[in-house]
Design a binder for this molecule. Structure first.
Ligand SMILES: *Cc1c(COP(=O)(O)O)cnc(C)c1O
Length: 349
């Protein structure tokens, strides 16, 4: 059965984390001469002369309200990509352990594994990009340390069925990481609602998509306080800058803008999903719970991709991904951008 202490790498269990000046003293001091900061101030237009809160308490307090979880269940990373890397490093001894992925899926899982000299076990999704009973059986039987389930999945756009994810959570002995980068666009409850039921569950979300803050680099992991404690133990001490923490707080106060953008993108997505199949060159548009559509083009998706590039329109060519032959991934843009894309595709000969 799942046993976190047994899953965590022995050297990480044993190590003493870096103790920063801001860990050892918190609060309002009159004279702060403990961290070799510059008490005179900052170059540039704003003050950033003090090290930021290593545990981002203010941001987590706001997020906790929004997500209806306790702050002790939240980890913040420099993008969810940092959380992906730390989860691999937390559980996998280089040159020895494996992670499990379900292609076609997000490319960073493989990159994090390769970087850390961790082997990959690939269990491809079915042709409709779901799990099957056989697939679940294979995952549950595996002794990989961690499985990434991306739902809604990138690049396919679909949610994985909740009952299938639940079976993996009940049977798999390692960490089950549900990557919900696109959850804000999805017509399904987040797995953060089920954290109390599954000690092996980690949910990833991000400010990069629906919040419109890809340039900020801020990702979230939700899990048990024990798992979060280990992520905090191994993260770089000041992984979230003061600028990022301040900006995130401001964004969290701007829920109406978040909501309005999300609604507009959903409307545009559904319009695009209706209009694209009318084109002769579009063979299929896959169902999407995200802010993009995967579409299969005929007779030659790469020729369409190159043609769009020539018109200054960049989409993502996914033709070489397993199960994705002939497909391009189209991000939903502004109404004008979407119209430019459609007009260009209509004019394709
Ligand atoms: C975009 C995306 C992310 C977000 O990564 P960040 O590092 O937070 O920008 C994570 N997972 C998936 C599947 C994505 O598509």
């Amino acid at each position: 059965m799942f046993d976190l202490e047994n899953l965590v790498r022995p050297n990480i269990r044993a190590m003493k984390p870096y103790s920063s000046a801001r860990d050892e003293f918190q609060g309002e001091a009159q004279v702060m001469l403990d961290a070799n900061e510059n008490s005179l101030g900052s170059a540039g237009p704003a003050s950033f002369n003090r090290y930021p809160d290593p545990l981002q308490r203010e941001v987590k307090a706001e997020l906790a309200k929004l997500k209806a979880v306790e702050p002790t269940h939240i980890f913040l990373g420099n993008g969810s990509d940092e959380a992906i890397d730390l989860l691999v490093r937390l559980t996998c001894t280089p040159g020895q352990d494996r992670i499990l992925i379900l292609p076609p899926t997000y490319g960073m899982y493989e990159v994090a594994a390769n970087l850390n000299d961790v082997a990959l076990e690939r269990h491809p999704l079915t042709p409709d990009f779901q799990l099957s009973p056989e697939l679940i059986e294979g995952i549950v039987a595996s002794d990989a340390k961690l499985v990434f389930l991306c739902s809604p999945n990138n690049p396919t756009g679909n949610l994985l069925r909740a009952e299938d994810i639940e079976q993996v959570l009940r049977g798999f002995r390692g960490l089950v990481v549900v990557d919900e980068a696109y959850a804000d666009f999805a017509a399904a409850p987040s797995w953060t609602k089920r954290l109390a039921e599954f000690p092996n569950l980690v949910v990833l979300q991000t400010f990069s998509k629906a919040w419109g803050l890809a340039g900020l680099r801020l990702g979230m992991a939700f899990a048990s306080p024990e798992i979060i404690g280990y992520l905090n133990k191994i993260k770089p001490p000041y992984n979230i800058s003061e600028a990022t923490q301040q900006h995130a707080l401001a964004a969290l106060q701007d829920a109406p803008r978040f909501e309005a953008m999300k609604q507009e993108l959903l409307t545009s997505r559904d319009q695009l999903a209706q209009q694209l199949p009318a084109l002769e060159i579009v063979e299929a548009v896959f169902p999407s719970d995200a802010n993009f559509l995967l579409a299969r083009f005929r007779p030659d998706a790469t020729a369409v991709y190159e043609y769009l590039l020539g018109k200054g329109i960049v989409v993502r060519n996914r033709t070489t991904q397993p199960g994705c032959a002939g497909t391009l991934r189209l991000t939903v843009g502004t109404p004008q951008e979407n119209e430019s894309l459609l007009a260009a595709l209509r004019a394709y000969r």
